[in-house]
Each structure stands twice: as structure tokens, then as C-alpha cells.
Design a protein around this ligand. Structure first.
Ligand code: S3P
Length: 441
């Protein structure tokens, strides 16, 4: 999605010190603009993630006839058009790099009276969409994808959707959310059951917008035919963005860092449990609620980490945090084993392969498995690593570089702006050695 290429020169940094408040939660921001668009009245969003992924979703809703005002950084006023007020757009709708945007919008668009085409960048164009197409077709949606169920997605005008009772074959909040959003337009009660509970932001936010919904971990039910009422959404800071700082301050000697008002939804904070089991020193001071989500200030100090076997039950609660966890493991004493995490292979990049290659380029001892890895902790040296345009790989390797014994060039980092615009400046401000430089490629 970015024309320019950007590399980072990351090098041993100073102890990390100070206090920061990271960007708004990506998952919550996507959902806030979608539900605000479909609501009746004007919704206000505070703490909206000004990232490329979430802006792409807002831009698509704008093309479907929703008026957005952006009175300041992280602020949106959304003039909702009601459940049946969207109108079709000419030409394809570009989701950029965002899997969440494309999968949730597929559910939302499946019930509309017009045709839509969803496209994405090169990375998104390689990500599986069959997982949303299959349940949506069962609901009566007419959707076509490219070969192998890959984008683009063509979603035809609906002839009416029928509710389903769906058991998710993979733990995926995106698939669950697509089915629930289509369920708003379906006749009858839509139910989604999950093998492992995943993040429940769609359920919580539907309730906040006044839609009757019953949910408990791993089970959500709603009926079609109600209304969404405009509301105010306060977006907490994204735990997944805080994660890089949790690991960095844990591994860099002398660090003592405060992360303010981080979203602590239990379906997102698996990394905290994993890092604590490794010996991390992280204290948590509850800071109330923000937009119905618990938030906390997290103080993290350097500690000696030791390897662990990551419990498989924790995997869905830390699915976006494995790049950061792999770095912690590569710098810990002893072995860390990750299993039951094959989903990592279909994220913005194949995160098992890209992390294994990147850490190996710095001298780490890491063996890939189809569903995880075995990482033996040790020392890292400088070198050149490839992020493959994956924001979380770039940020994880910037963390690794803080403890490398030599400078690290990380290539292809422009996509960090999809989830964490301003990462390099914020990280530099608390002690990271990190400079942006024009890409070589
Ligand atoms: C997300 C769900 C997760 C996560 C992604 C955001 C969401 O994906 O990896 O970054 O907002 O629902 P899956 O549900 O596909 O695991």
C-alpha cells in the first residue's frame, strides 16, 4: 500500500525509561467505525487508531455514503446512516493491509442491497478468505473470491440472509465477527460457538450500540431486525502495541518503563501471563474502564527471563504477540516451546517463518515446527533482517536489536503505520536505538 520503502537502523539502545501512552486499539477502532456507520444518529469515537488499517475501513464506509468528521487526532464524529442506509460504491473498496477490515466488512456487506468488491494489498491478497465465505454462503450470501479463496471478494446484492448456528473450525474473532455482523441482517437467531474463546469486542460493542445480544466466553447469539443507536466510544490503548515495550523493557538491563491506560481485555493479554511465567517483572495498576474495557497502567522493569512451554490454551489470547514473544525467548535462558499456533502462518506474513529467518540472521537458535517453534535463548549479533512488510515483525526485530551486539538493519518497515504510526519516534523517546532511513530495495 506504500509507494516508498523504509528501512530501520536499530541498534543497542539505552535502558528504557519514562512513561508512554500508545495508540488506540486496532480491533476496537475498526468495529467502532463500522457500528457507528450503521447506527442511527451521530456517534463519537475518541482514541481512534490513526493507522492505515483503520483509516482504510473508515474510507470504505465513507465511499458507501457515511459522513465522517475528524475534528482532531484520534477523534471521529460518524453520521450513521442506519442499518439499511448504506449505498453501493463505484469500483473496488480497498482494505489495504487489513485482514480485520476485509473479513468484518465481508459480513457487513453480505446483507446489503448492492454489490461490492473488496480488494487489498499484496499481503492481504495472499490471506485466506474461505473461512468467512463458507459461513456467509450458508447464510445465503452470494460471494465470489479469487482462486483458492483469496481476495478480491465480490459480494453480490443480498436476496435476504438466514440465521445459522455456527461452530467455528478455527479460533478466529474475525470470522465470529463477520457472522455476527451478517446476523444483523438475517432472519432468525444467529449463534456462533468457538473452540477457544476469542476477543469479544464485536459482542461488547453491539451491546453498547443497543443491539440485544447474549454472549459468554465462546458463545454469542443475536437476532436480526433490531436497530443500532449512536453512542460514544472511548478506545483504550492497544495491548498489542504495548507488547513490544513490555518485552523491550524486560530484556534491556536497567529499564523501568510505565505504559499508561492499556486495554486489558482478558482475551488479549495472554502475553502478560507468558512473560510473567518467564520471570518478567510487570506490575499492573487498574485505571478503571474505557469504553467498557478494563484498562491498567503497566510498569515493567528489566528481569532475567527463562524459557517456558507456552500453554496452547493461551495461544488465542496472544495470537498477535508471538513476534514479540519469540524475541523474549531468543534472549531468555533455556528453551521456549510454542505449539498449537499454526494460525501464525496466515497472518500479515507467515510469522513462524519470518521470525525464524529474522532471528537466525542475528545468530539465534530457532527450529520451526508446522504449528510453532523451539527457541533456545542466547546472544544476538548485528545484521540485516527482513520484515516482509509485516508491521509486527518490524517492531519485534527493533526490540531484538536493542540487545544485539551490533547494528541491525530492518528492511521494509513502512507498514508499521498500519497499526502503530509514530512507533519509531515514541520508542526513540524512551531509549530505543532506532532510526528511519530510506529503503535499499
Ligand atoms: C482480530 C482478530 C485476530 C487478530 C487480528 C485482529 C480482530 O485475528 O490476529 O490482528 O480484530 O478481530 P483472527 O481472528 O483471524 O485470529
Amino acid at each position: 500500500m506504500n509507494g516508498k520503502t523504509l528501512d530501520w537502523l536499530a541498534g543497542p539502545g539505552a535502558p528504557l525509561q519514562g512513561a508512554i501512552c500508545g495508540p488506540g486499539d486496532k480491533s476496537v477502532s475498526h468495529r467502532a467505525v463500522m457500528l457507528g456507520a450503521l447506527a442511527e444518529g451521530v456517534s463519537e469515537v475518541e482514541g481512534f487508531l490513526e493507522g492505515e488499517d483503520t483509516r482504510a475501513t473508515a474510507a470504505i464506509l465513507g465511499r458507501l455514503g457515511v459522513r465522517f468528521e475528524a475534528p482532531g487526532d484520534g477523534l471521529r464524529r460518524i453520521h450513521g446512516v442506519g442499518l439499511h442506509g448504506l449505498r453501493g460504491a463505484d469500483g473496488p473498496l480497498d482494505c489495504g493491509n487489513a485482514g480485520t477490515g476485509m473479513r468484518l466488512l465481508a459480513g457487513l456487506l453480505a446483507g446489503q442491497a448492492f454489490d461490492s468488491t473488496l480488494v487489498g494489498d499484496a499481503s492481504l491478497s495472499r490471506r485466506p478468505m474461505g473461512r468467512v465465505i463458507e459461513p456467509l454462503r450458508r447464510m445465503g450470501a452470494r460471494i465470489e473470491a479469487g482462486e483458492g479463496g483469496l481476495p478480491p471478494l465480490i459480494i453480490y446484492a443480498s436476496n435476504g440472509l438466514q440465521a445459522i448456528d455456527y461452530e467455528l473450525p478455527v479460533a478466529s474473532a474475525q470470522v465470529k465477527s463477520a457472522v455476527l455482523l451478517a446476523g444483523l441482517y438475517a432472519r432468525g437467531e444467529t449463534r456462533v460457538r468457538e473452540p477457544h474463546p476469542t476477543r469479544d469486542y464485536t459482542e461488547r460493542m453491539l451491546a453498547a450500540f443497543g443491539w440485544p445480544i447474549r454472549f459468554s466466553p465462546g458463545d454469542a447469539r443475536l437476532e436480526g431486525g433490531h436497530r443500532l443507536r449512536a453512542t460514544r466510544v472511548l478506545v483504550p490503548a492497544d495491548f498489542s502495541s504495548a507488547a513490544f515495550f513490555l518485552v523491550a523493557a524486560s530484556v534491556v538491563p536497567g529499564s523501568d518503563l510505565l505504559l499508561r491506560r492499556v486495554g486489558m481485555n482478558p482475551r488479549r493479554t495472554g502475553l502478560l501471563a507468558a512473560l510473567r511465567a518467564m520471570g518478567a517483572d510487570i506490575t499492573e495498576t487498574p485505571a478503571g474502564e474505557q469504553g467498557g474495557e478494563p484498562v491498567a497502567d503497566l510498569r515493567v522493569r528489566h528481569a532475567r527471563l527463562r524459557g517456558i512451554s507456552v500453554p496452547e490454551a493461551l495461544v488465542p489470547d496472544m495470537i498477535d504477540e508471538f513476534p514479540a514473544l519469540f524475541v523474549a525467548a531468543a534472549l531468555a535462558e533455556g528453551e521456549t516451546r510454542v505449539s498449537g499456533a499454526a494460525e501464525l502462518r496466515v497472518k500479515e506474513s507467515d510469522r513462524i517463518a519470518t521470525m525464524a529467518a529474522a532471528l537466525r540472521a542475528l545468530g539465534a537458535d530457532i527450529e520451526e515446527a508446522p504449528d510453532g517453534a523451539l527457541i533456545r535463548g542466547g546472544r544476538l549479533h548485528g545484521g540485516e533482517v527482513h520484515s516482509h512488510g509485516d508491521h509486527r515483525i518490524a517492531m519485534a526485530m527493533a526490540v531484538a536489536a536493542q540487545r544485539a551486539e551490533g547494528e541491525v538493519r530492518i528492511t521494509d518497515c513502512a507498514n508499521v503505520a498500519t497499526s502503530f504510526p509514530g512507533f519509531a519516534a515514541l520508542a526513540g523517546g524512551v531509549g530505543f536505538g532506532l532510526q528511519e532511513t530510506a529503503g535499499l530495495g
